[in-house]
Design a binder for this molecule. Sequence first.
Ligand SMILES: [Zn+2]
Length: 506
Amino acid sequence: MSYAKVFSVGLVGVTGHLVEVEADLAPGLPAVVISGLPDSALHEARDRVRAAIVNSGQRWPNRRITLNLLPATMPKYGSAFDLAIAAAVLGGSGELPLVPLDGVVILGELGLDGTVRPVRGVLPMVAAAARAGRDRVIVPVENAAEAAVIPGVRVRAVDTLHRLVCFVRDGDPLIEPPATPPPPAVDGPDLSEVAGQALGRRALEVAAAGGHHLALLGPPGAGKTMLAERLPSILPELDDAAALEVTALHSIAGLLPPGGRLLRRPPFQAPHHTATVPSLVGGGSGLARPGAVSLAHRGVLFLDEAPEFSKGALEALRQPLEHGRIQLARSGGGTEYPARSQLVLAANPCPCAKPAGDAYCECSPLARRRYLGRLSGPLLDRIDVQVKLLPVRAAELMEAATASESSATVAARVATARQAAAVRWAPVGRRLNAEIPGPHLRQPPWRLPARDTAELRGRLDSGAVSARGFDRIIRLAWTIADLDGRTRPQREDVLEAIQLRTGEGA
Ligand SMILES: [Zn+2]
C-alpha cells in the first residue's frame, strides 16, 4: 500500500471545512511535496512531521512523498494538520494499518519530539466535523474539553504521536476528555454597585434595550468605566447560534477559559488606547488571530479614553462598525471574522482630564473641541446615545447606597423591551431599534404625529440637531417607549431621547 487518506479540518474565517489529507509514496529520489495552497506553516509541517515520526520510533519512508490537502482551492493556515499528515504518511508507507482511523477527523500540531501540541480553533473545527456527519475526532489532550462541547461527537485525545500509533496498531486506549465541571457562579460586576448616576444608568439601560452604541462623556470620577463594564450584565444571554459563534472566535484566538463550555454571556472587551491596529482588528501569521472587535462580537467593545486612540486605530474600527465583520488580508486569500458588537466609548471633556471648572485645567475651548473632535466622523456619527456625566457627589452617594437596582432587575426590563421591538420589526427582518433605517421611521405607519415631535423639529430647523441626529433621536424614543411599555413613543419619550442624544434637557 503506497497511498493513504485521513481527515482533518481547516478554517475559513470562523467556519470549519472538512479537509482530506492524502499521502502517496512513490519510488524515486526521497523528497516531500505538499500541494493544496499551503501557507508557510504548512511547509514547515514537513520538517516537524518527519522529526516527530523518527523521534516516536517509527521509520521515515525514504521515498518520494506527495501530500495533497483537498479541497485544493481552500486556503489552509496553521499547524493543525500535522497529526493527520503523520498518520497519512505512516499509513501510506505501510507502517500503520489505518482502518481504525476510517472516517475519524484528526487535529493537532506536532513537536519535533513527537508530542502533540494544542491548536487554536478546535471548537469550530469539531463543529464542522459534526456538520459533515463525522462523529469521531482525535484532538490534542489540551483541547479535549473544548472539543467535547460539541454534542454528538465522540472525542478522544492524544498527548503524543506514539499514543496514536499504539491505538491504531494495538488498540491501546486514547485519552478521554475530562468531565465537564459545573458552570461557575455568575459574579461579574453588577449595577447594584453603581451609586447615583441616574442619567448614566438610564443611558445604559436604553442602550442595552435598543442595541444602541453609547458615548459617555465626563471627567474622571464620573463612573464611566463602572457603567460600561456593567453593560453585559443587563444584556440577554446569547442564543445557541450566537454562543457557538462567540465561543468559536475565542477558540481561534486561543483565549477560551479552561473547562470547556459555550460562552453564554455577551463578551466584554476593553482594549487599551495604546492598542495596535492588528490587536484591535486581528491578524498575525498562520491562522489569523481575531482582534478585540471580533472578541467583542455579540457583546460590548469599550474604548476608554477614546480620543487617545491613534487615528489609524479609530479609522480601523469603521469597517466593523459599518458591516459587522472584518476582512483581514492573508496570503492566498482574505479571512473574514464576524465583528458585530455594541460600542461604548468614554472620553474626558479635555486632554488634561481635570474636572470641568477645576482651577488646574487650562485647556482652551478650542483644545477641548479639538480633543473630542478626534472622535467625530468614523465613530461619534454612529453613536445614538451620548450623555455627559458629572462626578458623583457625596450626598448622592449616601442617598443612593441602598437604592441602586441590581443588574437582574434592569436586565428583565431590557429583555421585555427587546421582545417588543423584535415583534414589531419582524416583518422587516430586524430585531433592534438601532438597526432600523431612519427613513423607515419617518414613513407611515411608523411616523410620529407632529404634536409629539414639535420640539425636535424645532431643533432641526434651528440647526441644533442634524438630519441624522433627528433619526437617532426618533430611534431612541422608540426604545424608551419599549422600556416603559408604550406601544408608540409619545412627546415625553421624544424629549427624553433628545436629552440622551444631546446631553441637554429639552
Ligand atoms: Zn483641561
